[in-house]
Design a protein around this ligand. Structure first.
Ligand code: ATP
Ligand code: MG
Length: 456
């Protein structure tokens, strides 16, 4: 049976006969045999192969193997005398599956910059760092599903094409047929009978299901026509949005904190080798940082306290601070990185800077919102308790200029058995950035979409 290198490394069954497939990373010849480093993508580590010159295709093929060639090998695992590895594979057969042109193959042994690799999203997952990011991303996704599943949440697939555009004002991509985009169709004859776009959030639809199933979550692609060239924004990203009935802001914050700790602990336990790579080459000390995050309670402050902290700061900010402003990235990072030095939950933002669906507090000025800010990134989670009172919600919608007719369904949720309910949105790529230390969000999604760029 064919085996994967990650399992061989774990079990290291010296003496066993195995078959492995993979890509050659390097070849080094001695007088009587060649060393080949084989990687199969299952883990960061390579399996060392020993190919003896007695093999029938040694001169004709093995000695011509270069970086990137794919091969299938058979042999026996033996204890290795070399440092840093317990076993090596003594080949009895090396079959070349695919050659790789050595003159043009861009991934040479030296380290390439992430900017250089961005121009080849079809080859970059073969590098150590991007391969490690892909495995950790996959494990984080699995961890999120496991977290919710273990707590009895149901996953809901909210729509990707949406006609609820109230959230997306200005940031939505419109969806139309080719005919429509050529201007040959009257608006009333449009495919969906009205303007449609790509979702900017599945929250409103998740609320529908929370008020039927209790606790739900959606985890899907999200689109924003953000014309910002930052290291934290993409035009297409993935968002996790849980929504819970009979749950106030407190319970919402607790869930978000528990979820982040759960998935981070899971990668520390299951992606050890990849995490060591990040710790060595990407963000020194990241393993200790994540352990600290898991062990300590998150800090909690209100927006008003956050503004007081910022006003008292010695540091000069580009965007001036006063009560009522939306916190900018520099403010968020100062609070979590410099002042609290840990994940920080900021609550009770001014109603004027938050959307209509957030629950108005007793003071009439602030809403039951909560953002989680983390060192190095800033906002990673945005959430709130939702307005469950029919009259207040309607008033807020009218004030926000929303067409009530289009949102009768949303108001109905408050007319028939309304309950306090809450939820949040976690940007999946920002979580992957935080967990790996990658500075730019373009490195943590396989095929990044940003203004002016959409490879593959
Ligand atoms: P920001 O102020 O950073 O643009 P936001 O307030 O627009 O964020 P929300 O609408 O609250 O964000 O979305 C919830 C979460 O989705 C954010 O906390 C963030 O983690 C993530 N997110 C938002 N916009 C993007 C984007 N363009 N690319 C990647 N992730 C994003
Ligand atoms: Mg935004």
């Amino acid at each position: 049976m064919k085996q994967r290198i990650n399992l061989l490394m774990k079990e290291q069954p010296a003496g066993q006969k195995v078959q492995v497939d993979g890509w050659v990373r390097t070849r080094r010849d001695t007088g009587s045999f060649s060393f080949l480093e084989l990687n199969d993508g299952s883990c960061l580590g390579n399996l060392q192969l020993i190919a003896d010159k007695e093999l029938e295709n040694y001169e004709s093929e093995i000695k011509n193997l270069t970086t990137g060639c794919s091969i299938s090998v058979e042999g026996e695992l033996r204890e290795s005398p070399a440092k840093g590895q317990k076993v090596e594979l003594h080949c009895t057969k090396v079959q070349v599956v695919g050659w790789s042109e050595p003159e043009t193959y861009p991934l040479q042994k030296k380290r390439h910059s992430f900017e250089f690799l961005r121009d080849m999203s079809h080859l970059r997952p073969r590098t150590n760092a991007l391969g490690a990011v892909s495995r950790v991303r996959s494990r984080l996704s699995f961890g999120i599903h496991r977290f919710f599943n273990e707590r009895g949440f149901h996953q809901v697939h909210t729509p990707i094409i949406t006609t609820s555009d109230c959230e997306g004002a200005g940031e939505m991509f419109q969806v139309m047929t080719v005919e429509e985009s050529a201007g040959n169709v009257k608006p009333e004859d449009a495919f969906f009978g009205k303007t449609a776009g790509l979702t900017v959030s599945g929250q409103l639809q998740a609320e529908v299901y929370a008020l039927a199933l209790g606790n739900v979550y959606t985890f899907g692609p999200t689109f924003r026509a953000e014309n910002s060239h930052t290291s934290r924004h993409l035009a297409e990203f993935w968002m996790i949005e849980p929504e819970m009935a009979f749950c106030d802001l407190e319970c919402n914050m607790q869930l978000a904190e528990d979820m982040l700790k759960f998935v981070l602990a899971d990668i520390l336990e299951n992606c050890g080798e990849d995490m060591v790579l990040f710790d060595k080459f990407i963000e020194k000390g990241i393993i200790a940082k994540l352990k600290g995050v898991i062990e300590k309670d998150f800090a909690h402050i209100t927006y008003t306290e956050a503004v007081e902290n910022l006003l008292a700061a010695k540091q000069k900010f580009e965007f001036p601070v006063e009560w009522g402003i939306d916190l900018q990235s520099e403010h968020e990072r100062y609070l979590s990185e410099e002042l609290y030095k840990c994940p920080l939950i900021v609550t009770d933002y001014p109603a004027s800077i938050k959307p209509f669906y957030m629950r108005v507090n007793e003071d009439g000025k602030t809403v039951a919102a909560m953002d989680i800010l983390v060192p190095g990134i800033g906002e990673i989670v945005g959430g709130s308790q939702r307005e469950e009172r029919y009259d207040i919600l309607k008033e807020r919608m009218v004030a926000a200029g929303i067409e009530i007719d289009e949102y009768e369904w949303y108001l109905d949720l408050r007319k028939y058995g309304t309950v306090p309910h809450s939820g949040f949105g976690l940007g999946f790529e920002r979580l992957v950035q935080f967990a790996t230390g990658m500075a730019n969000i373009r490195e943590v999604i396989p095929f990044p979409r940003t203004p002016g760029s959409a490879p593959c």
